[in-house]
Structure formats: C-alpha cells, structure tokens
Ligand binder design. Sequence first.
Ligand code: NAP
Length: 269
Amino acid sequence: MLPVDPFIGLGQATRMNAKQKTIALVTGASRGIGRQVAQDLADAGYRVVCAARTTSAVDELAREIGGVPLTMDLLQTDSINKGIDWVESHVGPIGVLVNNAGIATSAPLPQTTLDIWTQTIQVNLTANFLLTQRCLPKMVAQGEGRIVFVASNAGLTGYAYTSAYCASKHGVVGLMRSLAAEYAKTGVTINAVCPGFVDTDMTTAAIEKIKTATGRDETKARSALERMNPQGRLIGVDEVSHAVMSLLPYEARGINGQAIALDGGQVMK
Ligand code: NAP
C-alpha cells in the first residue's frame, strides 16, 4: 500500500472527527488503469465511486473494495449529469476526480470517419470537461480538491495514424492547463499523467491491430510497442496509479498544471 494521506487538505481534521472519508470518483474503473487506481484509492482510505458502462464489472469491483458502483456512459451527456447528481445526493460531494476513461482509435486520416472523430473527442475530452465542470464548484466550496486526468504521451507529441486520439489527448492537456491556472487560488489542484503504452486491454487491442495490418506475429507486434519506450517495456498499471496517487496528499498541493510523462523517457519536455 502507498504511504498516502487519504485526507487531502484543510478540512482533514473536521472530516476525521466526523469519520468521513474523502469521496473519489474514478471513471473507466471497470478494468485496466482505472480499476487499479480505484483499488489503490480504497486501500488508502478513500470512499471510491467506481464508474464505467459495464455494470457487472463496477458492481464486482465496488463489492471487492467497499466502494460504490456507478454505471455511466460518457457518450451520453445525460448519463454524466444523472451520475453526478446521484453521487452528490446519495454518497456526498466529490473531493477527488480521476478522469481516466478513454477509448483508443487509430486510422489513417482518410479512414478517420466523422463518427470515429466525434466519439473519440466525446469520451476522451468532452466527457472530462463535463465531469470537471460539475465537480469543481463543490471542491471550491470545500476549499480543497484534486482533479487528475489520465491523458497520454499522445497529449504531448504527435503519433501517425491516431489523429483523433492525439487531438483528444492534446485537448485534455490544454483543458487541464487552463483550469489549473483558472483555479490556482482555490485549494484545488489539477494535473495530468501522460503514460506511454500501458499493459492493458487497450494495448492488447493495439497489438491485434498491428498484427492484422502488418502480418507480424504477437511477439514482434508487442515488441514494436515496447521499443517505443526507451526502457524497452510496457508501463504497468501500478506505475500509472502510483503517479495518480502521488498527486493527492496535502503535501502535493504545490503541484498544479503539470502533465507528467510516464513513458520511460520517450517524450521529454
Ligand atoms: P481500457 O483497459 O481499455 O479501459 C478503458 C476504460 O474506459 C474501461 O473501464 C471502460 O469501461 C471505460 N470506457 C470506455 N468507453 C466508455 C464510455 N463510453 N463511457 C464510460 N466509460 C467508458 O483502457 P486503459 O488502458 O485502462 O486506459 C485508461 C486511460 O488511460 C484512457 O484514457 C487511455 O486513453 C489512457 N492511456 C492508456 C494507455 C495504454 O497504453 N493503455 C496509454 C496512455 C494513456 P466500460 O467499457 O465498462 O465502459
């Protein structure tokens, strides 16, 4: 377990007296990075709202970690608003928002349909905007809060055949930087972690795509992605979660507006 103070700020004493836990909402908690972050948050003492579309997966995770399941489809603005309304009225004000859910789309520009573009921007960027807009007022009212975007190093540099994904992740980094400046005096910090290829289903799907497009076998396709990281490996979900968790304690209150690359040194800015 990480040595993290689960009570992030000025209201710590009040909440500890009232035996209240900070409420953390994690999107994309049904698998991969989000699932690990939700587990680590619960281990560190947060009350975790586990959100995704797959009800069975968030139900199971919430049972496992003593959290709260939330079925939410980020393609639907209505679902986002209803989800936040429900959390605020049945669980409480959200103190930590981890905007993690995302989809990876890849295609050469001529095959990047408007549908691919619109869905990628909606899930990876617009949903983050909507969730953040809904959660910030309560954090500001409490004088503290943490927002962490799980962006990508595709938000820091360009990669071929991923125009919609890269644009969405650059958008996330821009959104994060703008809000970090706008809310700097409120006690809320806003940051992004930007991983390279992580060992999750998303990368498994990328490997399948490479195999189909190039005729390479599993080992060669996987090693093409591993070699993009100067350390010659995929990043683990534990590493991404650790980076997220490190931004939460009171002692991290000075870290604001940062896009933290987590890719073995692939992108240096
Ligand atoms: P993953 O294993 O594919 O999981 C994606 C998560 O997003 C799932 O929990 C999925 O849940 C949720 N999601 C997808 N569409 C959704 C929608 N319409 N509404 C609500 N939830 C939705 O991916 P991952 O690798 O953990 O990626 C997590 C984040 O890290 C993403 O933002 C991704 O872009 C970023 N990232 C990943 C990598 C990588 O190599 N894997 C690298 C850099 C950045 P449901 O399907 O149950 O809804």
